[in-house]
Structures are given as C-alpha cells and as structure tokens.
Design a protein around this ligand. Structure first.
Ligand SMILES: CC(C)(COP(=O)(O)OP(=O)(O)OC[C@H]1O[C@@H](n2cnc3c(N)ncnc32)[C@H](O)[C@@H]1OP(=O)(O)O)[C@@H](O)C(=O)NCCC(=O)NCCS
Length: 97
C-alpha cells in the first residue's frame, strides 16, 4: 500500500518540492512530516542550499506543516491555481537547507 509520495527536483543548488501527498485515510499520523524531512535530506545530499514550494492559500493543513518545518513566505502568485469557481492564489515558501 502506498501511503504517500513526494516529487522533488534539484538543479544548480536549488530544489523545488512539486508535490507532497498522503492518502486521505492516513493523514494526521506524521507521514507527511516524515516524507517532507526525507525529501529535505535528499535535496541536501544533492547539494541544494534552498528548497522552494508553492501551496494553495486555502490549504491550512499543508501551510501548518510547512510553517512548523521552518519554511518562510516569500510572496504570492495571484490567481495561480484553478478552483471550482474562479482562481486561487499560491503562496510561495522557501527554506534554507
Ligand atoms: C499536507 C499533508 C501532506 C500533510 O500530511 P499528514 O501526514 O497529514 O501530516 P502530519 O500528520 O505529518 O502532520 C504534520 C504537521 O502538519 C500540520 N497539520 C497536518 N494536518 C493538519 C490539519 N488538518 N490541520 C492543521 N494542521 C495540520 C500540523 O502542524 C502537524 O503537526 P502536529 O501533528 O504536530 O500538530 C496532507 O494533508 C495531504 O496529503 N494533503 C493533500 C495534498 C496536499 O495538499 N499537499 C500539499 C501540496 S503543497
């Protein structure tokens, strides 16, 4: 059973977290944090100095996870994500490695 997955790119000293997902039935058990920490260690191993990501403004669970794991807000991409009735902003986050 796959409990979750993450997608990370690393190039030229920068890393980007493109996706992080835990299956709905397994959320709130620490798997997301564990996966995120693993991906951070992977980025470091590949000589990245910084990790960037984008998150929907309304995604309270993910934003709380990134905040407790030391990410800082860099800015906003206005109307970045499609949603049911319109568009939603992306919050750009980064963490030094
Ligand atoms: C975001 C996501 C990966 C978190 O995974 P998870 O395994 O449920 O998270 P964890 O159990 O490791 O929780 C770690 C921390 O995240 C925060 N958190 C997790 N779920 C939360 C919720 N529903 N509400 C508020 N904070 C939450 C808490 O700070 C938590 O720490 P704590 O348990 O010590 O309070 C998961 O909710 C998910 O897959 N969401 C859908 C996909 C998604 O939005 N991915 C992010 C895209 S940028």
């Amino acid at each position: 059973m796959i409990e979750g997955y993450g997608i990370l790119t690393v190039a030229a000293g920068e890393s980007h977290l493109l996706n992080l997902c835990v299956r709905p039935e397994s959320r709130g058990e620490g798997i997301g944090r564990k996966l995120l920490r693993f991906l951070i260690s992977l980025a470091r191993r590949h000589d990245a100095d910084i990790l960037f990501l984008e998150v929907r403004a309304s995604n309270a669970a993910a934003r709380a996870l990134y905040q407790v794991e030391g990410f800082n807000e860099l800015g906003t991409r206005k109307d970045y994500y499609p949603q049911a009735n319109g568009r939603e902003d992306a919050i750009i986050l980064a963490r030094s490695l």
